[in-house]
Structure formats: C-alpha cells, structure tokens
Design a protein around this ligand. Structure first.
Ligand code: DLL
Length: 432
C-alpha cells in the first residue's frame, strides 16, 4: 500500500517534468531571497533563467555544512521569521548546530513525506505508534509525530529515556509500530527481557529505525529479538528531518521522496557526479522547501543510488543503506574503515552482544585499533580458553575483512554505556 500513489509511482517523464518545474521555482526563490545564493550565482555568472530542466542541476553550485555554519543562525532562511512556525537543529553536541526552519507549508510537506515513510512499514490509522525518538530540537520525535498524525494513527509521544516505563507502556497500550534509533531498540529489548517480557507475544509488528548507521546483521538481530519487521528510515535536519526516505518490506534500498528531495551521488574528492550504482557522497536538493531551501547540499553520507521500479510498485529512486559518513570514515594505517563494517562482523558472532566500542590510538607512529565487545551472560561462565577462542575468531574475521591488524577484547555484560538516542561507538584518541 502506498500513501500517495500518484507521487510514489510516477513515470520517468512525469517525474522529470515535476522535478524540472520545482527546480526552476527553487532556484528563483533561493537567488532572490538568500544573499548567500545571490552571491554564489553571481560569482559563477549564473542566472535562474539558465536553469530550465532538472538536468541543468549540474550547473548549480554545491552547498556545504560550513556554509550553514557561516550563516548561523538565520542567514539561510528564505522567508521572514513571521512565516516560520518551527525550527529544529541537528543533534550534534559540540559547536554551533545546523538549523532547519519550517513554514506552515513545510510542516505540511514533512507530514506528507513522513506519512509515506510510516506507510512503507505498514502503518495505518488503526496502528498505535510508540514514538521513542527524542522530542525537542532533534527532528526525530516531532517528524514521526506529524506523519503518524497525518495517517490518523494513535501516537504515543513517549520520547527517549525511562526505559522500563517505556516497556510497560508498550505492553499496556498495545503498541504496534516502534520508532526509535536501532541502538535504543536493542536497549529496549534488553530491559524488556530483564523484566521477563516476551516481545514476540506483544502486538508489535514493525518499526522505522534510523538516525544512525546500522548494519543488516543488526536488523536481523532486532527482528529476531523483538519479533517485528525492522525497516530503515533516513533523513537529516538540513533537508527536513526524518522523511527523506524509508525502506519498503522488500528491503531493497531506501525509497527516497524524490519529488521533493532530489538525490545525486558525487565523488567527494572531485565533486564529479557518479552514475547510478557507484558509491559516493549523497547530495540532496530540496525542490519544494520554503523556509530553508538548499541547493545541492553535501550530506557527507556515503551510499549509492538504485533507479528502477521496485517490486512494491514504487518508482522512486532508491538508495543503499548508508555505509558511513565521509567524516566518520576512519583511516587506520592508510586503510579506510567504516565502523559499520566492524559491526557487520560483531553482530554475527555467537556469545556476544551487539554492544561494542571502537577505540583508536597511536602508539609511536602506528595507529592501533581495538574493538571492545560485550559477551553475553552465557559466555561469562565459560572457560578462559573459550573466551580467548571467541576473541580470536572476531579478530581474524575483522582482519580478513579490513586487511589490517586489530585488537579484540571481550568485556563483561552491560559494561558498555547504552544509548537512548544516537549511539557513540567510536573513540578516536588520536585527535583528542
Ligand atoms: O537523524 C533525522 C532522523 C531522525 C532520521 C529519525 C531518521 C530517524 P540529524 O540529527 O540531523 O537528523 O542527523 C542526520 O544522521 O546525515 C546521517 O549521517 C545519519 N542518519 C540518519 N538516518 C540514518 C540512517 C536525523 N537510516 C545524520 N542510516 C545523517 C544511517 C543515518 N545514518
């Protein structure tokens, strides 16, 4: 079932016409209303009239996160503050946050794209949505809230934290859809299991999990422990918050709402646009956003695009699971390592929990990577020799995948800090 048949299953030509019209409008608004774009265009000798179709998008300049920081707080707003009805910020805890502004129409757009995302996981007006994304400046809570309201589902705005109480509410209110970060899902599972809850007997049916990178093995773990369909939801504050896209039950990539958010993949070093299927940095243009429109915004997220009709009937552009970010890619002795690659290995290993920490340090002139993994309660009673064997197994699997030496240490159950929002797993001591 689709939320918006007309928009989610457009023909190629229909989509192109829509995107082209929207792009022309966007370029004009940005040029007229945002001094940053007026200057950028003038520098390039570019006028809005030079843009006549979506293919002309390559003529337009990129927008970087630093451009948003330089124009903090409201320099990138295209409408007067009297028309802005809400603002949100990115979840980073250091430095100035990036800001997303919303007009009434933007909130409408957010509700529409989030309704599509929740429908992708099967949400209908009869569902009870347990929304454990944080409410506040972070976009997760309210974004899901608006989408669920649009569908007419019952929202439980439980937000993050107070995990035991969450499990109780989930059970008593009969939640059917769960929305939170994948790491918090595992924490919920753990706390619930300690309380003696059998999640498979609860009416929980599906979940939209995102806001942080997670692996397919993590998905399998979540599905098995909670007895639900776990789908990937993607988004970022700069573009709208959650709602940029979501997987369907085919699990063949995240369906992007490409009538509103136009995706491209570029080589992050050269800026060259890459063909479908090639891995690079995701760039998004907000075709229809009013308050804080962005032209060719470099997300720093690494993925690949997948065109073509999906078995679910949608024709929206799909993207692969986010592999990591250009800025959280670790370079260990010259080798590029994404934390998600390490997670893929860990989640498969018997006797360990999907709670881990990656620590990088420099000893002399050599980078050293150490992975701390929690063992489960069963493992703890095992002989030292068996523990060593598990450590060795993890070590050799990670080493053969990455091609570099790593250290692996099993740690006691429940010693790695649990997250209620986005998990922090990488500790790079080299830059401290
Ligand atoms: O995390 C918006 C969101 C809320 C998405 C709830 C999904 C669910 P920010 O705090 O601005 O916004 O962080 C955006 O988080 O650029 C990615 O690096 C990462 N991210 C978001 N979704 C995913 C995902 C929200 N499904 C940044 N997989 C993005 C991997 C994700 N990374």
């Amino acid at each position: 079932m689709m939320w918006n048949n007309e928009r989610e299953a457009l023909t190629d030509s229909g989509k192109k016409a829509l995107q082209s019209e929207a792009l022309k409008g966007l370029v004009k608004r940005a040029y007229d209303k945002i001094p940053f774009y007026t200057e950028k265009f003038d520098e390039l000798g570019l006028k809005p009239a030079h843009i006549s179709s979506i293919e002309d998008i390559v003529k337009l300049p990129f927008t970087n996160k630093t451009d948003l920081r330089d124009n903090y707080p409201f320099g990138m707003f295209a409408v007067p503050m009297s028309e802005v009805v809400e603002t949100h910020t990115s979840s980073g805890t250091t430095g100035k946050p990036v800001i997303g502004g919303y007009t009434k129409k933007d909130i409408d757009l957010w509700s529409e794209v989030m309704a599509r995302c929740l429908t992708l996981s099967g949400t209908t007006s009869s569902d009870v949505v347990h929304n454990a994304y944080g409410y506040g400046l972070f976009t997760g809570g309210l974004g899901v809230h608006y989408g669920a309201r649009r569908i007419g589902a019952t929202v439980i705005p439980v937000s993050g934290g107070n995990t035991k109480r969450q499990v109780m509410i989930m059970q008593d209110f009969g939640s059917t859809i769960l929305t939170c970060t994948p790491s918090y899902t595992l924490y919920l599972a753990e706390v619930g299991e300690e309380m003696g809850i059998d999640f498979k007997r609860l009416p929980l049916r599906a979940g939209n999990f995102g806001a942080e990178p997670w692996s397919n093995n993590m998905r399998i773990e979540i599905e098995n422990r909670l007895g639900l369909l776990a789908l990937d939801i993607y988004g970022l504050t700069e573009i709208i918050g959650p709602g940029v896209g979501n997987e369907c039950e085919q699990k063949t990539g995240v369906h992007l709402c490409d009538d509103h958010f136009y995706p491209e993949i570029i080589n992050p070093d050269t800026g060259e646009v890459l063909p479908p299927g090639e891995v690079g940095e995701l760039v998004i243009t907000t075709l229809t956003k009013e308050a804080t429109p962005l032209i060719r915004y470099r997300t720093r997220d690494i993925t690949a695009l997948k065109p073509g009709k999906c078995a679910c009937g949608r024709t929206s552009m799909r993207m692969e699971r986010i592999m990591g970010r250009t800025d959280d890619m670790l370079i260990i002795r010259g080798v590029n390592v994404f934390p998600s690659q390490i997670e893929e290995v860990l989640v498969r290993i018997e006797g360990t929990e999907p709670h881990y920490r990656i620590v990088i340090d420099r000893v002399g002139s050599l980078d050293v990577l150490e992975v701390l993994v929690e063992m489960n309660e069963k493992m703890i009673s095992d002989e030292i020799k068996e523990l060593e064997q598990v450590e060795l197994k993890i070590k050799s699997e990670i080493e053969s995948l990455l091609g570099i030496k790593v250290g692996v240490k099993l740690v006691e159950p429940k010693t790695i800090t649990r997250s209620e929002g986005k998990a922090k797993r990488v500790f790079d001591k080299r830059t401290l």
